[in-house]
Design a protein around this ligand. Structure first.
Ligand code: SAH
Length: 370
């Protein structure tokens, strides 16, 4: 016979709700409308995880809230810090699936690399994440939750205005954000809200492998910065590197970029280009890249290929990367080489893959009690 007390009704998590949803939830709960506003502030500006700390609410109301709701964080399965200060968190969701989130500190800013899916369906041949079988979309709270975990770890509550270590967000973690557009958009609206997490759309970059038909919508509705994983200048090569190219070839993709709402010389589109030895790295490739980008407010980000176990590619040599960069630069485009960060903890571009997928369920560390 069980001696446990009967389990309580599962409480509903308020973290991850958008403004309208929180207002609707409070209306249904019988609270006055301004309560939703106060809660928003506590949850997303102050980072509260306990109703008891919400001193602007009456004690009976706080107690009533806690009978029905909770303020839950994602569970951290593992956190690693690189010798260069980059931090990686492996985060676990309620269904046991996991993603990785990476914080990259720099001198005058700090960037959080956020995941949008568990795994990825795109199977780009140079990317480790694409070798992970399990794929599902992240819910809005699972995307917002990654930012909140970072704020917790960096000690940045209430949302600071200056001297932040988390200034920028890039949707360049696991997954294809434009294949999970609705949830990514809902999460970004929460993240951008000035009375909450308050990270401006100018500091947010969404990276896509090239879901051409969704690009316009992303620009019109979210107006965040766009990055495009181009990686090749010929369709036959890009078909191999980024199989999505068979659906949306280079010409279609660049056409979508040419008309990206909000792109201007002040807000250029970033073209990411991974440098793969003997595959896409000749001076001819660089010249063709310049030709393709004509008429698009663009900058190029050259990414040295980051190796992972069993990867079928090698990184181009420094001299080859430099020569490529010089050609693009001479044509008037900025073409920095992205310094790999966090390689020692497999946190660099394309290295993310939750290690736990290889562990049997019984071998995984237990979830902390909620
Ligand atoms: N699906 C989106 C978001 C992922 S962004 C996209 O493709 O843009 C991750 C970035 O890292 C992409 O530009 C990707 O092409 C790049 N990348 C993947 N594997 C890499 C590797 N092994 N070395 C360097 N960059 C890699």
């Amino acid at each position: 016979m069980s001696t446990e007390t009967p389990s309580e009704q599962p409480r509903c998590n308020l973290v991850g709700l958008g403004r309208a949803e929180l207002a609707a939830e409070m209306a249904e709960f019988g609270a006055e409308p301004f309560r939703a506003h106060q809660l928003w502030h506590w949850i997303y500006h102050r980072g509260a995880t306990d109703f008891a700390t919400m001193t602007s609410l009456s004690k009976p109301f706080r107690e009533k809230l806690s009978t029905r709701y909770e303020l839950r964080r994602l569970a951290i399965s593992r956190s690693l810090t690189s010798i260069d200060g980059t931090r990686k968190w492996l985060l676990r969701f309620r269904d046991g699936e996991e993603v990785e989130t990476v914080h990259i500190p720099e001198e005058d800013r700090g960037t959080l690399c956020v995941s949008s899916q568990v795994g990825c369906t795109l199977t780009c041949s140079f990317c480790h994440t694409g070798t992970q079988r399990l794929v599902r979309n992240l819910a809005p709270e699972e995307i917002v939750g990654q930012v909140m975990i970072a704020r917790d770890a960096l000690g940045e509550w209430p949302s600071p205005q200056d001297d932040r270590q988390l200034t920028n967000i890039v949707l360049m973690g696991m997954g294809e954000p434009l294949y999970n557009y609705g949830n990514v958009a809902a999460a970004l609206k929460i993240i951008m809200d000035a009375e909450g997490l308050s990270i401006s759309r100018r500091k947010i970059t969404l990276s896509t492998a090239g879901v051409a038909p969704m690009i316009r919508r992303c620009g019109a509705e979210l107006a965040v910065n766009l990055a495009v994983s181009l990686h090749a200048v010929r369709d036959d090569i890009r078909d191999r590197l980024v199989p999505l190219n068979r659906k949306y070839p280079i010409a279609d993709l660049l056409e979508a970029c040419r008309t990206y709402p909000g792109a201007s010389n002040a807000r250029r589109i970033t073209f990411e280009y991974v440098m793969l030895k003997g595959v896409n790295d000749t001076p001819g490739d660089a010249r063709e890249l310049v030709r393709l980008l004509a008429g698009i407010p663009a900058k190029v980000n050259l990414i040295p290929f980051n190796p992972w176990p069993g990867a079928p590619y090698e990184c181009s040599s420094d001299a080859v990367i430099e020569a490529f960069s010089d050609i693009v630069f001479a044509a008037g485009y900025s073409a920095p080489v992205r310094t790999p960060r966090g390689r020692d903890i497999l946190a660099a571009c394309g290295q993310l893959k939750s290690a736990s997928v290889k562990l049997r369920k019984s071998e995984r560390p237990p979830l902390p009690a909620v």
